[in-house]
Design a protein around this ligand. Sequence first.
Ligand code: PLP
Length: 394
Amino acid sequence: MVSERMLGLGTARSVIRELFEYGKQRSAVVGPEHIYDFSLGNPSVPAPPQINETAIRLLQTEPSTVLHGYTSAQGDDKARQTIAEDLNRRYGTSYTKNELYMTVGAAAALCCCFHGLTCPGDEFIVSAPYFPEYKVFIEGAGAAMKLIQPHQDSFQLDIDALAAAIGPHTKGLVLNSPNNPSGVIYSEETLRAAAQVLTEKAQEYGHPIYLISDEPYREIVFDGWSLPWLPSIYPDTLVCYSFSKSLSLPGERIGYVLVPQQVTDQAQVYAAVAGAGRSLGYVNAPSLFQRVAASCCHLTSDISIYERNAQLLVTSLREMGYQCIQPQGAFYLFLKTLEPDDKAFSLRARDLDLLLVPGCGFGSPGWVRLAFCVQTEMIQRALPKFQELADSYR
Ligand code: PLP
């Protein structure tokens, strides 16, 4: 006998992975140049050269037993201090290494927060459209996920829906901005309104309501948009960060949780996050890449390519009559499907070798997600296929 839940998770591939695998098989038949794969959020621009240079320097200069040895459970002291100082420079804060817990990417950062915070009966509120793994992570921690819908015109957080969803068992709200899959950045006005609701409800129910800010796309913000620093808007914010996207290092699995000093019961919360890391077997994020990421945390890969791809797609698809949400950051475009059933639309697109992820898996049926972290030239080649897809509905 094995755990039914784990068996289910291990055997059912996510829709995104399903499409990606389909793309690989199909590409072997028709050739990679005839597959237009917009399924996976795998950065398409190389990591900055300083990443490899730093790794090589460390490998050549640091004693092997130190570099490849265990760090403290919460991460290497110097790496955490360097990251804290970088945040301080950018946000005018005064964080120290003691507020940072290094993790195996944002996925582990989120799991540490959910496991660390959850008491029996707790709920976390998530706004659609959302990263599908949230449900897996939240339920894995023994909590329940409560889904709310955003404003359907802008995909901004709906403050009234948030207020209505909060109850005595609400432990936290999960926000992801820039958002996967909508590409939307929550405006400062929206975030301040959300903070006010959280503050009032925390007072009403007599316990803190934490904001879990999932920020793997924090650096990928397009011209004209800016991203407010959430802990300065709402003190009970825990930040989950990842170097996967900004530095194009998804396979190196490196990120962190920031539990700022101002968080209610900070010492307890930080210790519970660390305890969750221990319980989940996550202690000691990859040692070499803690150091590499910390040394390069002020850099990003060339994100201008994503913005160019976004513009090309938005302009071209709108000309063809599609409706889409203008991406303000991250590397995803949310496209309204030309029929109500997004799965059927995705299948029809797949028949043209366009791989688009149905929105229902993100909690937003009637939309598909395009990951545009791809070669610009592939987008150009895909445009006639999008035209063919639109024509097939006329
Ligand atoms: N959160 C969001 C919104 C994501 O899109 C992803 C990955 O795509 C993650 C978390 C997980 O990131 P990581 O690769 O750092 O675990």
